[in-house]
Design a protein around this ligand. Structure first.
Ligand code: HEC
Ligand code: HEC
Length: 324
């Protein structure tokens, strides 16, 4: 009896010591920094390049959808130009995280950062301070030309001195920061120098996978590390929405004749659906940005989706019942 008690006490002491050690290690690993090359990408004042950048930022790359504040959501949906002052909050298992001010303000925005620093953040997920940026922006395979176009446009955005609230990282987030969160832009990705827009499935693949990130939401993921666990574009059941208690099933976009969401659609239905904007409050799909995509870009994405291997995967209604 007594030896059981002694063993329990010893186990408790060991656990307490481990907990203290873990707390210290976690505290010591909150400011980890990472290395990544600085891309040789430079902003330019070329008007065609700036126009391309503006189209990407406000349209398919949906930077604006995340980098404007909630007060401007309606105006953005109406097609207006809205400030990229950040502050949109994301409630995650790791805490509350805010998008940054990406206007040219030198204190609160990115005005003091070099082109190469901004390019490195977008290409490798390493922030200007060396931190691992959370995996919100998988632009890791953007062409050099499109990266330059985006930065050229950002340089023309009027500086806005609105500060962004501090992130509130919780205990789970501190542990994740210490051990799990790493820059996601692996250095061995394929990166084209330039990609010419057209309506082919090949350009559609570049848009859907490297710019608009359709794949990221329409494929099932493991949320603990972001890896893809489902078949590409076969849909994802139970994706959390932006409103509490609401979840969505992202539909299967492959051309499967039984379960494919687009099985009875033609290109015109697809195009009109994108022009129409959101149907559900709290849908994470950036409809306001995608509504600004050109017909040609929509056609390229359509052609790409039609070229995917058909996968039989039933995803159910778009709005999932998350109340039980
Ligand atoms: C899905 C939402 C989302 C999209 C889309 C998005 N961002 Fe972000 N962005 C964020 C969040 C959240 C952060 C803060 C992440 C962090 O600090 O770990 C951030 C951080 C940044 C930073 C880092 C600023 C700094 O402090 O150094 C830059 C630059 C940036 N975004 C630019 C862009 C550009 C350009 C685009 C479009 C090509 C874009 N973002 C698209 C959510 C988004
Ligand atoms: C951030 C996550 C996210 C991204 C990125 C995303 N989707 Fe979705 N998508 C959803 C969700 C959630 C739904 C279901 C709710 C809704 O319809 O708004 C959906 C629904 C759809 C629908 C069905 C709409 C209807 O009314 O029948 C289509 C088609 C679609 N997505 C295509 C795309 C394409 C193409 C892209 C890339 C250009 C894309 N999605 C990017 C999350 C996303």
């Amino acid at each position: 009896m007594r030896s059981i008690k002694r063993n329990l006490l010893r186990a408790a002491a060991i656990i307490a010591m481990l907990a203290i050690a873990l707390t210290l290690v976690v505290a010591g690993r909150q400011h980890l920094t990472y290395e990544a090359p600085y891309p040789a990408v430079h902003a330019s004042t070329d008007s065609a390049l700036i126009a391309r950048g503006g189209y990407l930022v406000n349209g398919p790359a949906h930077c604006t959808g995340c980098h404007t504040d909630d007060a401007h959501e309606e105006a953005y949906l109406r097609g207006e130009t809205v400030p990229l002052r950040g502050g949109h909050s994301f409630e995650l298992p790791v805490g509350v995280v805010h998008s940054r001010n990406i206007t040219g303000d030198t204190t609160h925005g990115i005005g003091a950062l070099s082109d190469a620093e901004i390019a490195r953040t977008l290409r490798y997920g390493v922030g200007s301070d060396g931190r691992a940026v959370l995996d919100f922006m998988p632009f890791y395979e953007l062409s050099d030309a499109d990266l330059a176009a985006i930065i050229s446009y950002l340089r023309t955005v009027r500086p806005d001195a609105t500060p962004v609230p501090q992130d509130e990282i919780n205990a789970v987030g501190r542990i994740a920061k210490a051990f799990l969160i790493k820059p996601m832009g692996a250095q061995d990705h394929e990166r084209p120098a330039d990609v010419q827009p057209d309506t082919t499935a090949a350009y559609g693949a570049y848009l859907a996978n490297s710019i608009a990130n359709c794949r990221g939401c329409h494929t099932e993921r493991d949320l603990t590390n972001g890896s893809f666990i489902g078949q590409p574009y076969a849909g994802w059941k139970g994706m959390q929405g932006d409103a509490p208690g609401v979840a969505f099933n992202t539909p299967n976009l492959t051309p499967d004749t039984r379960t494919g969401h687009l099985r009875d659609w033609d290109f015109d239905v697809f195009r009109m659906r994108f022009r129409a904007g959101p149907r559900f409050t709290g849908s994470p799909m950036p409809w306001a940005s995608y509504a600004r995509m050109s017909d040609d870009d929509l056609k390229a994405i359509w052609n790409y989706l039609r070229s995917l291997p058909a996968i039989d995967h039933e995803t159910g209604p778009l709005l999932a019942d998350d109340r039980n």
